[in-house]
Design a protein around this ligand. Sequence first.
Ligand SMILES: [Zn+2]
Length: 384
Amino acid sequence: MTALRYIAAHYLIDRGEIVPRPVVAVDAAGCVVEVGQWEELDTMPHTEFYAGVLCAGFVNAHCHTELSYLRGAIARGEGFAAFAREIGRVRGLFSAEQRQQALLAADAAMWQEGVEVVGDVVNDESSFAVKRRSRISYLSFSEVFGLGSTTESARRLTVNPHTSLTPHSTYSVQDAVFREIADEGSQTQRQQPLSIHFMESDAEAALFRGEGSLAAWYAKMGWQCDFLHYGSPARRVVESVPHDRGVLLVHNCCVGRDDVRLIESHFDSVGWVLCPRSNDYISHLQPPVAMLREEGVRICIGTDSLASNDSLSMMAEMRALGHIPLREVARWATINGAEALGVEADKGSVERGKHSGIVLIEGVTMEADGELYLTESSSARRLV
Ligand SMILES: [Zn+2]
């Protein structure tokens, strides 16, 4: 019989609900044994009390940990095409040792802040050694990227744990390859979703009309696309991916309401993953948070990579999304990401039997509307 830890605080936020005076019992393996409410603290001598808000461990729904060594290497605000070009240029400037050190530091920082699950895009083997030893659960998406690409090289990475194929985006993969990737998950028993970069810039939709910077770049390079007949990125996704395949659509800066409705009407499960600090870093664009809230869709949060962010902090992303009640934005950062990644049976909410992790959020304020909000000084750290 191992001793339980009893963890109490002012509030617990779980699945979008505020529970005042929570006390959570966890065992030595981090399994939630009981969730209750305290009456008087001084009658509970073995309880740890924290001034702040408890929530489940965070789910970072979009990251590229293997790019952690590029922190600070690419200039801000140069736009989407320049960013892609720069990544290619600086990639060769770092040693394998530097890459591993950066990966270790990124993993440690995420663990400490309370990140429990990461949806992580991979293009090579470099991140798997760190991920295998990490206490964070990683789902890896081996990305097929390039108009001349087949699935062959990306498929080699899928021998790693919890690793599946995904197309990079609707503008960088040809028709047959995109469909091949979208179809194959439905045959495996426990399928991971697709993780598709989506409407990060307005050039993505413009390409389908033969306009904009992507179309100009492809024309200059002499590259042909065989998928423009779909008419738009949203149509392409809907017409190429089976409705029962889970999808994470990442960025969504330039998505319109009609596209959101089209996609929602087709799929059983969509995660609309927002990475606001990366968007600001690359292009000063922002995702349409208000519209997505109005549509009532499943919003998730990701940090993207350190190539386009100063840190992999979920707290910083939550704050960057604007003045939104904490119970709502914390839901996006926890259970919504867990559901979109298909790990909600064990992660994303503080419930009996789950190994959700427990995070303490400090520096929160209650405003006149009775809602809790993050402030400039809010911070998060892992308790369990
Ligand atoms: Zn990304």
